[in-house]
Design a protein around this ligand. Structure first.
Ligand code: GTP
Ligand code: MG
Length: 197
């Protein structure tokens, strides 16, 4: 798929205030700093579209972007940032769960995982939670430019082993680098195919 136009629409905390749910929606989520906003900029080829930062916790709201006038892309706030207060963590949890349950046009969630780390409990818990909610999702292993291909392979293999303990079917998986533009065609083709269904 070619991205002809990508534009920022709005940021919200309430699902009710989000754009009219009349188009398929793809949301990006994962631990703070995993590279959600960078991946969105890489996919759309617009460097400053989603705000990125080297300090975690940059994205705090549900951010909607409209792509080619035909689908929504959403940048969600990350989880797992240690310095966040208990109250903020709780409001994040409520906001995200509400979004997953009420956003009727939510077509697929891209759950991002830093490919440098062995499976983290926080990520596994989050993936299992998505599965339990019945939200369609795929996994995206990010920042693969930061280590060898062997290391990325071993991270992915370890996640597969862990997930097989709970699920019969494994989700689709992508590997990406915002730095090297890896995985762009694969993710855009996937979205194009799902949109066509
Ligand atoms: P929050 O909004 O804070 O939850 O973070 P985020 O998940 O949106 O991460 P963001 O895209 O802001 O990136 C965090 C940091 O990782 C930034 O310094 C990015 O430059 C860096 N980064 C993101 N993706 C990649 C990648 O593929 N390769 C490398 N080398 N760095 C990356
Ligand atoms: Mg962000």
């Amino acid at each position: 798929m070619k991205i002809k136009e990508a534009k920022f629409l709005m940021s919200n905390t309430r699902v009710e205030d989000c754009p009219v749910p009349d188009k398929p929606e793809y949301a990006f989520i994962g631990r703070s700093n995993v590279g959600k906003s960078s991946l969105i900029n890489m996919l759309t080829q617009q460097k400053g579209l989603a705000k990125t930062s080297s300090s975690p916790g940059k994205t705090q709201l549900i951010n909607h972007f409209l792509i080619n006038d035909s689908w929504y892309l959403v940048d969600l706030p990350g989880y797992g940032y240690a310095k966040v207060s208990k109250d903020s963590r709780e409001s994040w949890r409520k906001m995200i769960n509400y979004y997953f349950q009420k956003r009727e046009n939510l077509t697929c969630v891209f759950a991002l995982i830093d490919s440098r780390h062995e499976p983290l409990k926080q990520d596994l818990d989050f993936i299992n939670h998505l599965g339990t909610l019945g939200v369609p999702f795929v996994l995206v292993f990010t920042k693969l430019d930061k280590q060898s291909a062997t290391k990325t392979d071993s991270t992915i293999a370890a996640y597969k082993r862990k997930l097989r303990e709970t699920w019969d079917e494994l989700p689709q998986m992508f590997r990406t680098s915002a730095e090297l533009q890896t995985g762009r065609e694969e993710i855009l083709s996937f979205i194009e195919e799902v949109n066509a269904q």
